[in-house]
Ligand binder design. Structure first.
Ligand code: ADP
Ligand code: MG
Length: 570
């Protein structure tokens, strides 16, 4: 195998030549302590991270890792997540960053967010760990800049690789990382037996630094203290008994004044489907894996969704058991989001008045008097939310500071006062008795489960109008498919990194190829594909092993598919 000296010679030999000469470097080189495979070389210095692939391989025991660190799927995921963070931090510290044209000089892996995720930036092959990084091979314009390439490939990259082995502190950090993740999994695993949909441990810190910074609020955060009546103690394998606030299955309404922390709590329930890194503040805030935020997203497309439980008898006479539109209204978009979530297997709906269509949530006594029932196509959530739980097993947590009508249907009412939760269920019952609303329930028929849909693969276009493949992430919550944007902003609570949007893009492409006959139900198709990914790794979707993907849930992939413009279903 050629060595690092051979690589140095090869770099020097192409100095000043056209950028394409970098292709000659492809191959595998033995360094002192690791192996470097230059697998895919970008075509020009402007090709962004993700286009070039450099694989650094090192044996597990050289890194200070034991087989116990990767003994099962949870530990392997957490350990690889840890190594990815370690590489990312080392690259920030030890690489000089962008120098020269385009991405020249950059060494990086996709930046990990606050969630511990399975990602293929770090994979295991037997007892060898492989880190897949991007290196921006330096160019002066389109000319090879060999001196800088030598610095990057033979100075900085080896320095980063040399910093990966765990010293005592690193070992302790990894142990803590593993314990926090195993504890979170264990807490989540106890929800069902305790009749809970979510659990937020005492001491959890929920607010974030800013709307664009997912790290914990640095100063002034009020930690969670559970009200006595909702307090549950769950068992964590490492940290022991953990007291906290249990949110029971059923219908829970979160009330409280504006700016008192309602939406922050609801968002934490959404992100509780994932594990969080130590220090995040939400390490012990866990939810059922099937939780989903459903919002109004006017303008989104809807493909043949059964929204009849909520909307029936539209003025244009349209069939709402197969509702299709390229431009949904607020209420139809949110009704579709609820039906799609249930169809996809969601068992916990998270709804915030801030991002809802008011007319889907409430219709009060006065409006019932003014507008005849037969002139109102909408059956509001207020009249459906009980049956969603009692008939379909789907719980709801609803933030509702603006209408007291929900007090009639809530199993539990939690009030937030200056960020502190209290259980006001009894007080709410008293208010409901003292001030009856005269509102009449309006759901006359039962609302069964939404009808299954069968997507037609050919309607998922992956090529743009010029016939060119167009499948890529644009941001954490948006992607490009067939030249058309897929907007995921209304379901992005469980999307933390661009790598997840990348996975969604490639998974949609895979579905386009698979669903040729339109004979598979949407949920089954999505779960089957992601089942293969869970079993065999994200490389199932990333066949060149570029290391740019992170895990997504079946519910998230279903949500993405549902937002593809032009989707046809049977
Ligand atoms: P609401 O939905 O009740 O109007 P938000 O959840 O949007 O309120 O919170 C309002 C502000 O308070 C946000 O800036 C949020 O980050 C902050 N906040 C929320 N919870 C806490 C807390 N526990 N401690 C400190 N600040 C908080
Ligand atoms: Mg709010």
């Amino acid at each position: 195998m050629p060595t690092s000296s051979d690589l140095r010679a090869a770099v020097r030999a192409i100095d000043g030549r056209d950028y394409g000469a970098y292709q000659d470097l492809r191959g595998t080189y033995a360094f002192d302590t690791f192996e470097l495979e230059i697998a895919i070389v970008p075509k020009d210095p402007f090709a962004p991270p993700g286009t070039g692939v450099f694989r650094v391989r090192r044996r597990m025991d050289d890194l200070g890792l034991a087989t116990a660190d990767v003994a099962d799927a949870t530990r392997s995921r957490a350990t690889r997540d840890f190594l990815c963070r370690r590489f990312h931090a080392a690259a920030q510290r030890l690489s000089g960053g962008v120098r020269g044209t385009g991405w020249s000089g950059l060494i990086t892996v996709g930046e990990p967010g606050q969630a511990v995720l399975d990602r293929n930036a770090v994979v295991l092959d037997g007892d060898v760990v492989e880190v897949r990084a991007f290196v921006g091979l330096p160019g002066r314009g389109r000319r090879v800049q060999a001196d800088l390439a030598e610095t990057v490939l033979l100075g900085e990259l080896p320095a980063i690789a040399a910093s990966l082995p765990l010293d005592d502190d690193g070992r302790a950090d990894l142990d803590h990382h593993l314990e926090v993740v195993e504890d979170a999994r264990a807490l989540r695993g106890q929800l069902v037996e305790h009749g809970l949909v979510a659990f937020v441990a005492d001491g959890a810190v929920l607010p974030r630094r800013s709307g664009i910074d997912d790290r914990p609020l640095a100063t002034g955060a009020v930690p969670v203290t559970s009200p006595a009546s909702l307090q549950v103690t769950l068992e964590a394998p490492h940290a022991g008994p953990i007291p906290g606030m249990g949110i029971p299955a059923g219908v829970t309404v979160i009330v409280g004044g504006g700016y008192h922390g309602k939406s922050t709590l609801l968002t934490a329930l959404a992100t509780g489907v994932h594990d969080h890194v130590p220090g995040d503040g939400r390490e012990r805030a866990v939810s059922r894996p099937g939780a989903m935020v459903v919002r109004a997203a006017p303008g989104r497309p809807v493909a043949g969704v059964d929204i009849a439980a909520f909307i029936k008898g539209l003025p244009d006479g349209r069939d709402t058991t197969r509702f299709t539109t390229a431009n949904a209204s607020g209420s139809t978009s949110q009704a579709a989001a609820i039906s799609e979530a249930i169809e996809g297997g969601c068992d916990l709906l998270l709804i915030d008045e801030d991002s809802s269509a008011t007319n889907l949530l409430v219709r009060d006594a006065r409006m019932q008097r003014l507008v005849e029932r037969e002139d109102e196509p909408i059956t509001v959530l207020l009249d459906r939310v009980r049956a969603l739980h009692d008939d379909l097993g789907v719980s709801t947590v609803l933030v509702m500071g603006g209408s007291g009508d929900y007090l009639d249907v809530a199993d539990h009412v939690i009030q937030l006062t200056r960020y502190a939760p209290s259980d006001v269920t009894e007080a709410a019952r008293g208010v409901a008795r003292a001030l009856p609303t005269e509102r009449r329930p309006e759901a006359v028929d039962a609302s069964g489960a939404p009808r299954d849909r069968h997507p037609v693969g050919a309607s998922i276009r992956t090529r743009n109008e010029h016939g060119k493949r167009s499948v890529r992430p644009l941001a954490t919550d948006r992607l490009l498919l067939g030249g058309v944007e897929v907007d995921l902003r209304d379901v992005a609570d469980t999307l933390h990194e661009r790598a997840q949007a990348h996975t969604l893009a490639l998974a949609l492409e895979a579905l386009a190829e698979r669903l040729t006959r339109g004979g598979t139900a949407l949920r089954a198709a999505v779960e089957q594909l992601l089942g293969e990914v869970a079993a065999d790794g994200l490389d199932v979707l990333d066949r060149d092993g570029r290391g740019v993907l992170a895990e997504v849930r079946a519910l998230d992939l279903a949500a993405a598919l549902n937002r593809v413009r032009g989707l046809e279903v049977r």
